[in-house]
Design a protein around this ligand. Sequence first.
Ligand SMILES: O=P(O)(O)OC[C@H]1O[C@](O)(CO)[C@@H](O)[C@@H]1O
Length: 329
Amino acid sequence: MNEMSTQTISNHVQQALEAMKNRVIQHVFFVACGGSSALMYPSKYVMDREAKTIRSDLFSSNEFIYRNPQALDEKSLVILCSLSGTTPETVEAAKFARSKGALTVSLTNVGDSPLAQASDYPVVFAWGEGTDPAESNASMMYQLVFGLLHHKESNDKFNSYVSSLSLLESIFSKAWNQFKPNAKEFAESYKKEKVIYTMASGSNFGPAYALSICYFLEMQWIHSAAIHAGEYFHGPFEILDKDVPFFIILGLDETRPMEERALEFTKRYGHRIVVLDAKQFDLEGIDEGILGYVAAMVISRVTRLYAMELAAARNHPLTTRRYMWKVEY
Ligand SMILES: O=P(O)(O)OC[C@H]1O[C@](O)(CO)[C@@H](O)[C@@H]1O
């Protein structure tokens, strides 16, 4: 790692990367639940695209334990994430991974949370309005995976990503201001809908999944499913009709043609389509080689803006729950 690289990345990430340097790592497991799981999809995409020798998998926390992969051993790196650090399935998954001798690195917003305590290397990230996106969970994920690939496979995108950290705040705030009117318009137009499907592919399937399961289902009680743009033509497109709402994400990664094909078809037969296109973002200064990866982060942020506006228009705060944290489950 060169001098420039270490200056801006999180101290916690640096400690975790030091630990990785001293171990053989053959397999990375991304393990979390819900929104924290969705957040890891772009990093899984990075591993699929960039890693030459290190394999990776992504599991929901309990599935990871029950499935008990044969490949999980002391040559594994398990990256877990929980905003609260208390999600029981994820805390158990960290303990399980450690019992197999794996190196565990956990992202959380709470430094002394059960997840942090159950892991070898906790990485604390910033959360909430007004925090620097360079210190967010999504950014810590990229710092970890690009850092790993830098150390183990001399991948140079780590330096590109580190150089972009100082630009993120301005990129995110420009996107926020640019899309606020669109988000408001969406909220007014869709506030009475009973169902909204989301669709994307590649790294952007993570934000589409979060928009569907966290924002629409969990926080707004609006029926939804995240449809993979490639899978769309293998079943889901039969639900398309003039009045069926689709929220379609177009990213900048290599899978964009799949998203464009899905959008083109949806436009032919549907009339209720919201398009969030990363081509409209101002990503000046970001290296070409990581544009798609950074765009996925910005998409994630902008979908939250759409959810916030929808919650306001429906007078249904994003914090409303009927079961989560309220009853036994
Ligand atoms: O493990 P975390 O990140 O604290 O998540 C707890 C809950 O928060 C969400 O990510 C969003 O409310 C849920 O999907 C999840 O059950």
